[in-house]
Design a protein around this ligand. Structure first.
Ligand SMILES: [Zn+2]
Ligand SMILES: [Zn+2]
Length: 445
């Protein structure tokens, strides 16, 4: 766990949020905002290029090469091939101070684009044995372009920065191909948070169903931990006309499916946190008059605290094992732990929310309910205090129900949000550094 550091001797703790507002450099912020605005066209062009040429997780070769060339052109120290295709740029400010990491993910998805855009993706590939298009259907193209823009803004004011910025362009957020390591976890394993050691990390996710101009965030558990499970019910095969001479895995697995529904409804403390247990597939049998030997089911688990996660895992095991036993069958349960909870350090969130309000306007920064989607930014947050927020990318005035969700062929982002995205990343960085200089920043040290 992180040990947040607050120099309480300088200020009353209750004044933390208002005090941090003073820890800003207004002239620096004004220059950054202006530069961000001047880069809008450039960022749009980058984004369209990435959108038209999406690459799947751990295969972001062209994307990474373009990013590396840009960071090098800004005079940064650049490492490539971190965690397969990841790119890391280091910008040393003119004054001493903390190391702030900014992260963007780079991967596209196996989705065939249906939106008629001049820069529509025509890329396609074979994925899990099927032909499919490739599309930036989660908006990671916008994340890359905005962070490249933020890098240019911050490089232009580097002499005035009180610390170092580490730009982390991460592969495979959506998961690595089968049998491969990848994503944030692999970058951390390869030392991305060390040399120099990162004090705090910030990241954003575009949202296709939140209006341009709006930023949403949540302190604490923000996105769910995700785990997957597989249950094999082993019965005894027999003739479909004589069920009494075998053990039916289909009837047993139907009972297990219903039993699993009671975990969330009867065991999880729903007033603390939500949870989800979904059965995503159930396969058994081959013919109408054969009771088969086994049934197999797989599913996903979403939780928001380690306690709920442990409870759900335990109950899946108990329910499957005991229902199977009561039927004379056997259950084999496997649970694979995947991404942890995306957890916004509450003190860091408190400290940085005023910076978001300053760039977006107080009324445009809103608290969001926890989301049952998952994000591998969570691995960074397990190591250092981190803050992850959502940037509106839906055209103003559009109805939410008419805006396609992420991961769908109709997914679309309004590029009008890019300037705010850049401004927010730069402001968080500069304000955090100013606050560190005044001893009011939360840090991973
Ligand atoms: Zn996604
Ligand atoms: Zn995403």
């Amino acid at each position: 766990m992180n040990k947040p550091f607050i120099c309480a001797s300088l200020i009353g703790l209750g004044l933390l949020a208002s005090q941090s507002l003073f820890a800003q450099n207004p002239s620096l912020n004004a220059r950054m905002d202006k530069t961000a605005e001047s880069l809008e066209k450039k960022v749009v062009a980058w984004r369209r290029d990435f959108h038209q040429h999406p690459e799947l997780g751990n295969r972001e070769f062209q994307t990474a090469a373009k990013i590396a060339a840009h960071l090098q052109s800004l005079g940064m120290e650049v490492k490539t091939g971190v965690g397969k295709t990841g790119v890391v740029g280091l910008l040393k400010g003119g004054k001493p101070g903390p190391v702030v990491a900014l992260r963007a993910d780079m991967d596209g998805l196996p989705v065939t684009e249906r939106v008629e855009l001049p820069f529509k993706s025509e890329a396609h590939t074979e994925y899990n044995g099927q032909q499919t298009g490739i599309m930036h259907a989660c908006g990671h193209d916008t994340h890359v372009a905005m962070l490249m823009g933020a890098a240019e803004v911050l490089a232009s004011v580097k002499n005035d920065l009180r610390g170092t910025v580490k730009f982390i362009f991460q592969p495979a957020e959506e998961g690595a191909p089968a049998g491969e390591e990848g994503g944030a976890k692999l970058m951390i394993k390869e030392g991305v948070l060390e040399n120099p050691k990162v004090d705090a990390i910030f990241g954003l996710h575009i949202n296709s169903q939140t209006e341009v101009g709006t930023i949403k965030y949540r302190p604490g558990a923000t996105m769910a931990a995700v785990d997957e499970y597989a249950i094999k019910i082993k019965g005894k095969q027999t003739h479909g006309a004589a069920p009494w001479s075998g053990v039916d895995p289909i009837v047993t697995s139907a009972q297990v499916v219903m039993g699993l529904q009671t975990i969330v409804s009867r065991n999880v403390i729903l007033t603390d946190n939500a949870a989800v247990v979904t059965v995503g597939a159930l396969h058994s049998g081959i013919r109408q008059n054969i009771i088969p030997e086994e049934a197999n089911m797989i599913g996903t688990i979403r939780t928001f605290s380690p306690e709920t996660q442990a409870l759900v895992h335990r109950r899946i095991n108990e329910i499957a094992t005991n229902i199977a036993e009561s039927a004379g069958a056997k259950a084999d349960v496997k649970i694979n732990i995947m991404y942890p909870v995306t957890y916004n350090d509450p003190k860091l969130t408190d400290q940085m929310a005023p910076s978001l309000e300053a760039v977006a306007g107080k009324n445009n920064v809103k608290l969001t309910p926890a989301q049952t989607g998952a994000e591998d930014f969570s691995f960074f947050q397990q190591k250092v205090p981190g803050f992850f927020y959502f940037l509106g990318g839906m055209t103003k005035g559009k109805k939410v129900e008419e805006a396609a969700p992420h991961h769908t062929p109709d997914f679309q982002i309004d590029e009008a949000c890019f300037v705010l995205g850049m401004k927010s990343l730069c402001r968080l960085t500069a304000d955090y550094m100013e606050q560190s200089a005044k001893g009011v920043a939360v840090s991973g040290k």
